[in-house]
Design a protein around this ligand. Structure first.
Ligand code: RNT
Ligand code: ZN
Length: 422
C-alpha cells in the first residue's frame, strides 16, 4: 500500500511539474501558515461564564450530540486531540466568555475580566506552540437588552459593553505582549432589531460613538477587526453593523482596524471570495471567518467545495494576501462529534489552500491578460482533474496526521475512550 502511495505521489509531482508547479514548495509554504482554530466548536459556543449559557442574542447552535466539553480541561484535551489530526500550524481563537474562573480568581462579570482570567490558556498555548486570537463576547448574556449592546438607547447597557470591549482590548494587548505576537481581536456585535426600524441612523450613530470610545487607546500588539452581518437570528429586521458601516469605519480609522469577512454573513447570491481583492488594495490585513452557510448563516462544518477553493485561490494569488490574511474558522455543529467537526473543517482549510497553491495561476493570468479566454477556460477546467489527492495524502503523512479515510477511526476511538466517560 505504501508503495502505491509513493508511486502515486511521484506521478503527481511529475504531472504538476509539467505545468511548472512545484509541489514540494507548495507543501513547504502551507506548513508555515497558521490557521486559527476556534475554541467554540468544542462546546457549542457555551463558554464558561454564564449559568444559563446556551448561545443566544443573534446566534444559535443546533444539535444534541453527546459529550460536549464542559470546562477548561475537557475543552483543551479535545482541542489537542483534534489538532493532532490536522496538518499545519495552529492558533487558538478564544472568546471572552471562556475566562477561566478558579478559587483564586473567582467569577466576575464580563465588564471586569482581566488578563489573569486567561492565563491558563496562555500557558497551555505556549506549551503547545499555538498562537492566540481573541474576541469580546457580546452575546449570551442578560445585558444584551432587546438585541442591543453598544448601540442600545440605554446608557447603562452601552457602558457595560463598552467596559467589556475595552477590557478585551487590554487582554488581547497583554496576550500579544506575552506571546510576542500580533493578536487578532475581532468584534462581532450582534445589535439589530426583529422588525422594521423607525430609526436606523440613531442606532448606527450610537454604535459609532461607542466604537470611538472603545478604540480610543493604542494596542500595538493587536489587529482590531470588525465583523459585519446581514442579519442575526431573531433580529431579521435590521442589523446595525452592516458592511457599509464597518468598511467605512475601518477605512476612516486607519491603523490596524480592518473589516473581517465571514463567509456566512452575506446574501446567498453574493460571491464572498470576490471581496478579498478589493479589501486587499486598501487594508493592511485580510481577516476571515471561514464557515459553510446553508441557505443562511448556518455555520456548518467547512467542506472542500467551490467556495473554499475560490477563497483559497484568492489568498494564494492576490499579491501579499498570503502573508496578510488572518484565517480563522467559524463553524459550530452540535449534531456531530465535535472533535471530528474540528478535524474535518480545519483539514478542509488546509486542503483548499494546498489545492490553490497547485493551480496554474500564472498560466491562466497570462491567458486572461492576452485575451485568450477559450484557452483560459480549458486550462481552468483541466486543472480540476490533476492528481491532487496524492499530494494531499503526502502532505498529511509528512505532517504525521492521518489520511482523510483514517480520521473517523481516530475520532471514534477518542470518543469511546475519553469523551463518553463524561
Ligand atoms: C456570528 C459571528 C461570530 C460568531 C463567533 C462565535 O454570526 O459569525 O463571529 O460566530 O464570534
Ligand atoms: Zn464569524
Amino acid at each position: 500500500m505504501a508503495d502505491v502511495e509513493k508511486q502515486a505521489y511521484e506521478l503527481a509531482k511529475g504531472k504538476y511539474a509539467e505545468h511548472g508547479i512545484d509541489v514540494e514548495a507548495a507543501m513547504d509554504k502551507l506548513s508555515k501558515k497558521a490557521i486559527s482554530m476556534h475554541c467554540w466548536q468544542g462546546d457549542d459556543v457555551m463558554g464558561f461564564d454564564q449559568p444559563e449559557n446556551a448561545a443566544s442574542g443573534g446566534i444559535l447552535t443546533t444539535g444534541n450530540y453527546p459529550y460536549r466539553a464542559r470546562n477548561f480541561k475537557e475543552l483543551t484535551e479535545d482541542f489537542e486531540k483534534a489538532a493532532s489530526l490536522i496538518p499545519g500550524k495552529k492558533r487558538i481563537n478564544l472568546h471572552a466568555s471562556y475566562a477561566v474562573f478558579t478559587d483564586e480568581n473567582p467569577w466576575v462579570d464580563r465588564d471586569q475580566i482581566e488578563y489573569k482570567h486567561f492565563e491558563p490558556w496562555i500557558m497551555w498555548a505556549k506549551k503547545n506552540g499555538y498562537g492566540i486570537d481573541f474576541n469580546p463576547t457580546l452575546f449570551s448574556h442578560p445585558m444584551v437588552k432587546e438585541g442591543l449592546t453598544v448601540s442600545s438607547p440605554e446608557k447603562e447597557v452601552r457602558d457595560f459593553w463598552i467596559r467589556h470591549c475595552i477590557a478585551c482590548r487590554k487582554i488581547a494587548e497583554r496576550i500579544g505582549e506575552e506571546m510576542d505576537d500580533m493578536v487578532l481581536n475581532n468584534f462581532w456585535i450582534p445589535d439589530g432589531l426583529k422588525d422594521y426600524p423607525a430609526d436606523r441612523y440613531g442606532l448606527r450613530k450610537r454604535l459609532k460613538d461607542s466604537l470611538d470610545e472603545i478604540y480610543s487607546f493604542e494596542t500595538p500588539h493587536v489587529i482590531d477587526s470588525v465583523e459585519q452581518k446581514v442579519f442575526g437570528i431573531g433580529l431579521e429586521g435590521f442589523t446595525v453593523g452592516d458592511q457599509e458601516f464597518y468598511v467605512s469605519y475601518a477605512a476612516k480609522k486607519g491603523g490596524n482596524i480592518v473589516p473581517l469577512i465571514d463567509l456566512g454573513h452575506f446574501n446567498p447570491m453574493e460571491n464572498v471570495p470576490e471581496k478579498l481583492s478589493s479589501l486587499a488594495l486598501f487594508f493592511p490585513y485580510l481577516a476571515l471567518h471561514v464557515t459553510r452557510s446553508m441557505h443562511w448563516d448556518s455555520d456548518h462544518v467547512t467542506l472542500f467545495d467551490d467556495t473554499m477553493r475560490e477563497l483559497s485561490y484568492e489568498i494564494a494569488t492576490i499579491p501579499g494576501a498570503w502573508g496578510k490574511s488572518r484565517i480563522g474558522m467559524d463553524f459550530f455543529d452540535a449534531s456531530i462529534n465535535r472533535v471530528g467537526a474540528w478535524a474535518v473543517g480545519m483539514r478542509t482549510m488546509e486542503k483548499s489552500l494546498l489545492y490553490a497553491l497547485l493551480q496554474p495561476a500564472k498560466e491562466m493570468k497570462h491567458l486572461q491578460d492576452t485575451y485568450q479566454f477559450s484557452e483560459k477556460m480549458m486550462v481552468y477546467e483541466a486543472a480540476k482533474t490533476m492528481p491532487f489527492g496524492a499530494v494531499w495524502d503526502k502532505y498529511c503523512r509528512r505532517q504525521n496526521v492521518p489520511a482523510d479515510s483514517d480520521v473517523w477511526a481516530e475520532v471514534k476511538k477518542y470518543e469511546d475512550e475519553v469523551m463518553s466517560q463524561r
